[in-house]
Design a protein around this ligand. Structure first.
Ligand code: FAD
Length: 332
């Protein structure tokens, strides 16, 4: 397996609109490549991939592999995985990293099956084993009670999906540039098993992981309707709704919105925690938020220990007042 080189990062887009958070993994890719004496690279598959490829260079990719083609206007796992497998077979990357987003999960799994390699899922830690020079992937196991470290010593490339917002986003530096390697791949529509009929906007308009502002509710909401109060605040701030596991387990909100060790890791500019006590497993998913505002009726709640702003009170009274004030300030 000696001829496999470089650490690749998959660059996501939605119908040609780049997902800038894709560049997040170029930071850790540079660290891993440094340990291996190889390069951090990226790959992008799109109708017009060139601008996105250039942008990846600004975030530290030394080389970007780009496949352009009208078949790749919209993400389709079977078309994209065939194109990705062709890139892998042509250029033999050592490691490939994808974010654990819907697109990253679908593409990584389909591509791993096509090139017949293993796939490590939802990494929260990545390093290189000093002896074997193999990727070591750490992830939560057994519902978050343990951290497990995995290595795939049997096949290459080593592929992993990585939990968003665990690794720091590298700085954009427009003086940097990447070598762009243009490749081509023709997809026969008849070979594809899926066609995209329509996209429908989900009820939750703002993506939790990418949101700059998150308003989360916990068991203190008391009932599902409590989340309408939370949503009103999230809406006025243009933010997303999050939740503790206790709220999810109570059936008040979808598991997609769970923040924490066994939920999503988030790092918004503002995280507003309402009726959440601050259990260690919840903090694991949000404690690196830039500013934490906690609203809790118990002045001794542990969440106040990490809060930038503490509001002691019943959320039923506090949150509607905040909504009114923000409406006035923001002219809404
Ligand atoms: P509670 O701890 O019950 O706190 C409710 C809070 O609401 C209290 O502080 C109370 O004072 C306050 N309150 C009550 N009424 C009001 C009101 N009207 N106004 C204002 N405040 C009010 N938890 C997660 O969140 N995410 C995870 O990913 C996660 N993973 C886990 C993994 C494992 C292996 C285990 C064992 C547990 C995990 N948990 C996780 C659960 C975690 O341990 C806690 O049980 C959970 O976070 C508690 O949720 P909570 O803060 O909403 O509820």
């Amino acid at each position: 397996m000696a001829d496999y080189n470089d650490v690749w990062v998959y660059i996501e887009h939605k119908d040609g609109a780049l997902s800038p958070m894709s560049f997040e993994l170029l930071g850790v890719a540079q660290t891993l490549a440094g340990e291996l004496g190889s390069k951090a690279c990226a790959f992008v598959i799109a109708e017009n991939a060139d601008e996105m490829a250039k942008e990846a260079g600004y975030y530290g990719a030394s080389k970007v592999y780009a496949i352009n083609g009208s078949s790749f206007k919209t993400f389709r796992p079977d078309a994209y995985s065939k194109a990705a497998a062709s890139l892998i077979n042509n250029y033999k990357p050592d490691i490939i990293l994808y974010r654990s987003t819907t697109q990253g999960l679908e593409l990584s799994a389909a591509t791993a099956a096509l090139v017949d390699v293993g796939l490590g899922a939802d990494a929260i830690g990545l390093s290189i084993d000093s002896g074997s020079k193999t990727l070591k992937l750490t992830r939560a196991a057994f519902g978050g009670s343990y951290l497990a470290t995995y290595m795939n010593e049997k096949s290459k490339p080593q592929m992993a999906t990585v939990r968003p917002k665990v690794f720091a986003m590298p700085e954009r530096d427009a003086s940097k540039s990447a070598e762009i390697v243009k490749d081509s791949f023709a997809v026969a529509e008849d070979d594809l098993r899926s066609k995209v009929a329509q996209f429908m906007q989900s009820e939750i308009a703002v993506n939790l992981v990418e949101a700059d502002i998150i308003v989360s509710g916990g068991r203190g909401m008391g009932k599902a309707e409590g989340f309408a109060v939370i949503k009103a605040l999230a809406d006025v701030l243009g933010g997303a709704v999050g939740a503790s596991r206790a709220a999810v387990d109570s059936g008040w909100i979808s598991v997609e919105q769970q923040v924490g060790q066994t939920g999503k890791t988030v790092k918004p500019k503002i995280y507003i925690a309402c009726g959440i006590s601050g259990a260690i497993q919840h903090l694991a998913g949000m404690r690196t938020s830039d500013c934490i505002v906690a609203i809790n009726k118990d002045a001794e709640a542990p969440i106040f220990k990490i809060a930038s702003y503490a509001i002691v009170g019943d959320y039923n009274q506090v949150v509607p007042k905040l909504v009114d004030e923000f409406k006035k300030k923001l002219n809404k």
